[in-house]
Ligand binder design. Structure first.
Ligand code: ASP
Ligand code: MG
Length: 421
C-alpha cells in the first residue's frame, strides 16, 4: 500500500484534474490511499465566506459561497461525462451542510465556524475526483475522512487522536482494500467525538497523508507537486537554486521548521517514526526523479536557503533588572502557547529576551499587551529571517552583504540572520 497526496495546484483546472487522475489510474494496481486537497485557491475563498458570516454579513457570505458552488458545478460539467449526476448529488449534500450553517446566527467562536465552512473545499474536490476516477474505470472507494480521522476540538489546529483514528483505520479503512484498488479521501480535515468537523491547520494535507501512512504502515508516501523536486532554495527568489535528489528526515524537518514551503513541518514525524520513505515528485512531469527523503543521512549537501518574510522582533526586558529566567520565562512561554504564537528565533541577554515571530498583528498585539504586565516590551517590524543550512563563506557573504543585521545565530550546521528590509 502506498499513499499519494495531491495538493490544490494539481487539480486547479480540468487538464490538471485529468492529469492527476491519469497518474492515479496508472498506479492503482499498487493499492493506493489517495489524499487530496481543495481545488486551487478554494480554501482562501472559503475563508472569506467564514469571515463574512462571522462578522454578520450573511448576504455576502452566501454570495461568496454561491461563486464557489458554481466553480465546482462548472468543473463537473466540463470534466465528467457519465457520473455527473452522482457528482452533483454529492456536491449538493456538501453545499447544504454549509448553507444550513450560514443561515444561522453565529453563537460559537470563529474558529468553529471556520472549520465547518472551510472543510467543504476538500469534500467537494474529492467528490468530483472520485466520480471522475470511477468513470475512468478506477476501482475506487470515496471515504469521508471525518469517519476515520478523529481529533480534539481545538478548531483550526486540531490535534489527532491517534488511538481512535487507528481503530477506525483497522476496522473501516483497511478492509476496503480487499475490494478496492484506490481509497480516496480528504486531506486537512477530521472530526471530533461529537462529529463536528475540524481542520489541522493550513496546508495540513501533507500531514494527513503522513498520519495515514503511519497508521496503515504504507510502503511509501508520494507528495505530487508543481515543482520538479525539492530545491536548495525557492527558485522564484533564487534562480540558481539546484535540485536536491536525496534528503534525510532530519534535514527536511529542519528546513520546514525554518520556513521552507516544500512540506508541512508536521509531516515528517509520523513518517520518521515508522521509517516510511517520502517522495516529492512533479505532477507535471512524473518521469522526473524528484526527491527521495528517508531516514538515511545524506552527506555533502549544498547550502540550503530559507527566507521567512514579514518578521517582527519583540524584546521583553525585565522591569526591575532581574534575570529573564524561571518564573518570568515560564510566564512568557505560557503566553506563547496560549496564543498559539511561537517564536521562530530566541536569544537571551541578562535582563531581556529577544524573540522573532512571523508578523501576525492580532496575535502580536495581544502578546505585547499581556507581556507588558511583566516586562517592558519593544517591537520592531519590517524584518526578514534568513536561514542557511550547511553554510559556507561564499553563501553567507552573498546573502548578507549590505544587510542591516540585527540578530545573528550560528551553530555548526545552521546560520540564521534577522535583518531589516
Ligand atoms: N486546502 C488546505 C489549504 O489550502 C489544505 C492543504 O492544501 O493542504 O490550506
Ligand atoms: Mg495546498
Amino acid at each position: 500500500m502506498k499513499v499519494y497526496k495531491f495538493g490544490g495546484a494539481s487539480i486547479n483546472n480540468i487538464e490538471r484534474m485529468q492529469n492527476t487522475a491519469a497518474t492515479i489510474g496508472k498506479h492503482a494496481g499498487e493499492k493506493l490511499l489517495v489524499v487530496i486537497s481543495a481545488m486551487g485557491k478554494t480554501t482562501n475563498a472559503l475563508e472569506k465566506v467564514a469571515e463574512a458570516f462571522f462578522s454578520g454579513n450573511r448576504e455576502d457570505a452566501l454570495l461568496l459561497f454561491q461563486r464557489i458552488k458554481k466553480a465546482h458545478l462548472d468543473t463537473v460539467k466540463y470534466l465528467i461525462n457519465l457520473n455527473w449526476q452522482a457528482a452533483e448529488k454529492q456536491l449538493s449534500d456538501f453545499f447544504t451542510e454549509v448553507e444550513w450553517l450560514l443561515h444561522d446566527q453565529p453563537v460559537k467562536g470563529f474558529d468553529y465556524y471556520y472549520d465547518q465552512v472551510v472543510a467543504s473545499g476538500e469534500l467537494m474536490s474529492t467528490a468530483i475526483m472520485g466520480q471522475y476516477l470511477k468513470e475512468k474505470g478506477v476501482n475506487l472507494k470515496w471515504v469521508d475522512v471525518r469517519d476515520i480521522l478523529r481529533t480534539d476540538n481545538n478548531y483550526r489546529d486540531a490535534g489527532v487522536n491517534w488511538e481512535i483514528t487507528e481503530k477506525h483505520i483497522q476496522e473501516k479503512l483497511l478492509p476496503l482494500f480487499n475490494t478496492y484498488d484506490v481509497v480516496l479521501t480528504q486531506g486537512f480535515i477530521g472530526a471530533t467525538d461529537e462529529n463536528e468537523t475540524t481542520t489541522l491547520g493550513r496546508e495540513g494535507s501533507d500531514y494527513s497523508a503522513a498520519i495515514f501512512a503511519n497508521l496503515i504502515q504504507a510502503k511509501s508516501v508520494t507528495i505530487w507537486k508543481d515543482v520538479d523536486a525539492v530545491m536548495s532554495a525557492d527558485p522564484r527568489l533564487f534562480p540558481d537554486a539546484t535540485i536536491i535528489s536525496t534528503l534525510s528526515f532530519t534535514e527536511v524537518i529542519e528546513m520546514a521548521y525554518y520556513g521552507a514551503q516544500v512540506i508541512h513541518p508536521k509531516t515528517i514525524k509520523p513518517l520518521q517514526n515508522k521509517n516510511i520513505p517520502l517522495f516529492v515528485k512533479s505532477f507535471i512531469d512524473p518521469n522526473l526523479p524528484g526527491t527521495a527523503i528517508t531516514g538515511n543521512p545524506v552527506k555533502q549537501l549544498p547550502p540550503l536557503i530559507v527566507i521567512k518574510p514579514v518578521q517582527v522582533l519583540l524584546r521583553f526586558r525585565s522591569k526591575d533588572f532581574s534575570f529573564v529566567e524561571d518564573e518570568p520565562l515560564q510566564k512568557l512561554q505560557e503566553l506563547f502557547s496560549g496564543l498559539k504564537y511561537r517564536p521562530n528565533l530566541i536569544q537571551n541577554t541578562a535582563i531581556s529576551l529577544l524573540c522573532c515571530f512571523t508578523d501576525h498583528p492580532e496575535k502580536m498585539g495581544k502578546l505585547a499587551s499581556a507581556a507588558a504586565a511583566y516586562f517592558d516590551v519593544e517591537v520592531e517590524k519590517g524584518l526578514q529571517l534568513l536561514t542557511i543550512r550547511h553554510y559556507d563563506e561564499k553563501t553567507i557573504n552573498k546573502l548578507t552583504e549590505g544587510k542591516d543585521i540585527i540578530l545573528l545565530q550560528k551553530t555548526t550546521e545552521t546560520l540564521q540572520a534577522l535583518y531589516r528590509i
